[in-house]
Design a protein around this ligand. Structure first.
Ligand code: MG
Length: 159
């Protein structure tokens, strides 16, 4: 088996919708970004690509390319999972931690797991999402932004 790690962070600004794991969350600010700024989708995509040694999300979908402006990051995640399978691997499980002070994300986590599992074509039981605060410290603590850490396990697919 192989493991991969992903990390992403976005600044939170007014006038942008907050979307995490494909789920729109009611909040007064959202992530600044070239795509829709779904940091959870981005971190998991990087973890999957990392596990398969397929570089990273930025290499596949450069933010210098106008095609990915306001892109649906869950579609990008789906593409990355497809690339991992094409490279000869099956996705085992993913685990992610969102670090943000506000809003409280617990009510939205079951839907995030379902949305991510659907895009990765694995059972929701193989997708875990956690939310933590940083107890007021740093850019996640003062509300300037949010961060996501993710790991993914993949295995060679049976011939
Ligand atoms: Mg990102």
């Amino acid at each position: 088996m192989r493991v991969g790690h992903g990390f992403d962070a976005h600044r939170l600004v007014e006038g942008r919708p907050l979307i995490l794991g494909g789920v729109r969350i009611p909040f007064e600010r959202g992530p600044l970004g070239h795509s829709d700024g779904d940091a959870l989708a981005h971190a998991i995509a990087d973890a999957l690509l990392g596990a398969a040694a397929l570089a990273d999300l930025g290499a596949r979908f450069p933010d210098s390319d106008a095609r990915w402006k306001d892109a649906d990051s869950m579609a990008l995640l789906e593409d990355c999972a497809r690339a991992v399978r094409a490279a000869g691997f099956a996705v085992g499980n993913v685990d992610a931690t969102i670090v943000v002070e506000r809003p409280k994300l617990a009510p939205f986590i079951p839907r995030m797991r379902e949305e991510i599992a659907t895009r990765l074509a694995i059972p929701a039981e193989c997708v875990n999402v956690k939310a933590k605060t940083s107890e007021g410290m740093g850019y996640t603590g003062d509300g300037a932004g949010l961060a996501v850490h993710a790991v993914a396990l993949i295995t060679p697919s049976s011939p």
